[in-house]
Design a protein around this ligand. Structure first.
Ligand code: ATP
Ligand code: ZN
Length: 646
């Protein structure tokens, strides 16, 4: 029998008979390794333990203690057991794509007789346990592609998946009469599959294309150890509790309905209130910091975006232009810079005008990929707290610092503490995305870095994250789902002033070219509010809460007049208050006020009416306190004025 050479991770090389398996190799090293092994890795590709090895290769033995690979094998196995169980539960079930990764696994399913519901997951889970308890063996065999194609010829999804496979010989797995393929490695023994959970059901287009049929994606996870599963389920529950999409629905803040437009959010009165407060806040703040707020149109002649470079470098993110039929092409703006450049250019500018700070809550449209859209975090229509400062060369450093100071001040008011700075550079190889001018990039990147170093701030550097026109300082935060997203951004731009031929008259009487600093402090209203919802878990501080005080009369008939008196006093001070005059029990109303996370719930009954007091219960607290009504109103006013979190 011929021999093959296997190279181990420590670079040692051993000879084995051709056709040996990873399991044989593991056993030859030690009995315990033979027991622990769950799969092999041949030349960095995961393979079944029992797969015959036919050529020299680099080998790694994956054990259950290994992290991601071992987990993948377990989750592949769980996906196979799930599919076998689901098929026995629903005979006409078809399977689309599946994936096991470090977050769990999913399997796409489809059925003419109705989709799998969340309630049915329990039943399928029980069937899975039955298969595992029987310790049915997973039979592995190799089939040639033609045979497999013939086998699945009546299954639209499987036949398409088979034809996409490149190899001629394909590993096929049979469990309990159910045949499947498309797993890189599965466990031989089902005993290790004890701790799994079928988590949720969601719609997913076949192969991710929105023109394809919608399938049901079943999300699940599996671990080798019970503790790990428990910790993961706890983590998921916490994420759910913070997820701005869930809270947005529960508190009736906003909705996005793909039927009327994916990525196009509708702000309900509660969400609109939060947004209005933030918009007023940031405009006032910026005016105090020397910005001049403007309004500019969301439509612009396409030529402006050709001049600016957007058409050349940013077209993929833009909605297609509107051909007006008379030669005019209009474009929905993806950024506000060219608009603010028009404002700059409307007058002759002199060095005395600089720094000129133009700001706007500018609505923009970007054609984000449908798979990337997420609640308010990533949308296709958004309003950016945008600002463009036009400065002279020697003002860059100072203005950059000032912008950072403004940002820090604003973050304090919103109690935002968990963020990192990212210096975003271009990728020099990507000339399609980035404006091609080495000198300009080198100069502006080192200026930004210099400013950060001068300020002594910690940052990390990322290539390929710059805007097409210049480098950025991005403020990175984490979403509840664990993704990193940019909140604030400050960007340096030598290019657009050049393209639009911007000038100012210097003290020397000569024309000079200004530099632009683009900046968003609270980012887009959409992303910022998504972020706030998550950090506050929906319990907005009083100044931002859509409803600040809810008044509950103990008895509708007896106490309603007094309740309305208190209401009038609160409203006179611009406090967002309401009386809950629904025909419900008091206990229910108090609970409902807590569920809606209203900062103050006040109850008024006989004593309160008689003594001009209110019984106050703060959100999240168990006890209530009696307070003089007027003093209560004053304390809410102070709470709002201080942006206080408690
Ligand atoms: P990203 O890398 O997040 O796509 P970007 O670098 O394209 O953003 P900029 O052009 O700098 O973004 O836009 C300014 C700010 O607008 C970003 O920092 C971000 O906070 C916000 N933003 C960008 N795209 C979206 C979007 N699709 N939905 C909501 N907010 C967004
Ligand atoms: Zn800009």
């Amino acid at each position: 029998m011929s021999k093959i050479k296997l190279t181990f991770p420590d670079d040692s090389v051993k000879e084995f008979d051709e056709g040996t398996t990873t399991l044989d190799v593991a056993k030859s090293i030690s009995t315990s390794l033979g027991k622990k092994a769950v799969a092999g890795k041949l030349n960095d590709t995961l393979v079944d333990l029992e797969r015959p090895i036919k050529q020299d290769a680099k080998i790694e033995i994956v054990t259950a203690e290994d992290s991601e690979d071992a987990q993948k094998v377990l989750r592949n196995t769980a996906a196979l057991v799930f599919a076998a169980a689901a098929k026995s539960f629903k005979e006409d079930l078809h399977f689309g794509e599946k994936q096991a990764n470090d977050d769990g696994f999913y399997v796409d399913t489809d059925s003419k007789s109705g989709q799998i519901s969340v309630d049915q997951l329990k039943e399928i889970s029980a069937l899975m346990n039955k298969i595992i308890k029987n310790n049915d063996k997973i039979e592995r065999s190799m089939m040639d592609k033609n045979g497999l194609e013939a086998m699945f010829k009546d299954d639209p999804y499987k036949s398409s998946l088979v034809s996409a496979i490149e190899s001629v010989q394909i590993p096929v797995y049979t469990l309990d009469g159910f045949v499947d393929f498309g797993y890189d490695a599965v466990l031989t023994n089902l005993k290790a599959l004890k701790h799994f959970e079928l988590l949720s059901v969601a719609g997913a287009y076949w192969q991710g294309k929105s023109s394809n049929p919608m399938l049901q994606r079943i999300y699940a996870t599996a671990f080798y150890k019970e503790d790990a599963l428990k910790a993961d389920l706890k983590r998921r529950a916490e994420i759910k509790e913070r997820d701005h999409r869930t809270i947005g629905r529960d508190l009736d803040l906003f909705f996005v309905d793909p039927e009327v437009g994916a990525g196009l959010p509708y702000w309900m009165p509660n969400g609109a209130t939060i947004r209005r407060v933030i918009e007023r806040y940031i405009i006032d703040k910026e005016v105090a910091w020397g910005y001049q707020h403007v309004y500019t149109p969301i439509l612009m002649n396409l030529n402006a975006y050709k001049t600016s470079g957007h058409w050349e470098h940013y077209r993929e993110d833009m909605f297609p232009p509107m051909d007006m039929g008379d030669g005019e092409m209009l474009e929905l703006r993806p950024m506000n810079c060219p608009s603010h450049i028009q404002i700059y250019n409307h007058h002759n500018r002199s060095y005395r005008d600089l720094p000129l700070r133009i700001a706007e809550l500018g609505m923009m449209h970007r054609y984000e990929k449908s798979g990337a859209l997420s609640g308010l975090q990533r949308v296709r229509e958004m309003t950016l707290n945008d600002g463009h400062t036009f400065v002279a060369l020697d003002q860059i450093q100072e203005e950059f610092k000032r912008t950072l100071q403004l940002m820090v001040e604003v973050y304090k008011d919103f109690d935002i503490n968990d963020y990192t700075f990212r210096l975003s550079y271009r990728d020099p190889a990507n000339t399609a995305k980035y404006f091609d001018d080495d000198e300009m990039w080198n100069k502006s990147q080192s200026m930004l870095k210099g400013a950060m170093d001068d300020l002594g701030l910690k940052y990390y550097e990322a290539e390929g994250e710059a805007a097409f026109y210049g480098p950025k300082l991005d403020v990175q935060t984490k979403t509840a789902l664990g993704n990193e997203e940019t909140l604030s951004t400050i960007q340096l731009d030598f290019m657009q002033p050049e393209k639009f031929q911007l000038t100012y008259v210097g003290a020397d009487g000569q024309d000079h070219r200004p530099v632009m600093i683009h900046r968003g402090i609270v980012s887009t209203m959409e992303r910022f509010i998504a972020y706030l919802i998550e950090i506050y878990k929906g319990a907005f501080p009083t100044w931002l809460a859509p409803k600040q005080v809810r008044i509950i009369p103990v008895n509708q008939k007896l106490h309603s007049d007094y309740a309305n008196e208190v209401l009038a006093e609160l409203r006179a001070k611009n406090i967002r208050a309401e009386v809950d005059d629904r025909d419900e029990k008091m206990g229910y109303k108090i609970r409902d006020s807590q569920t809606m996370k209203i900062p103050y719930t006040i109850v008024v009954g006989d004593d309160e009416t008689k003594n001009a007091t209110v019984s106050v219960r703060k959100y999240g607290e168990e006890d209530s306190e009696s307070e003089n009504a007027k003093m209560f109103v004053d304390s809410v006013v102070a709470d709002i004025a201080n942006y206080s979190r408690k």
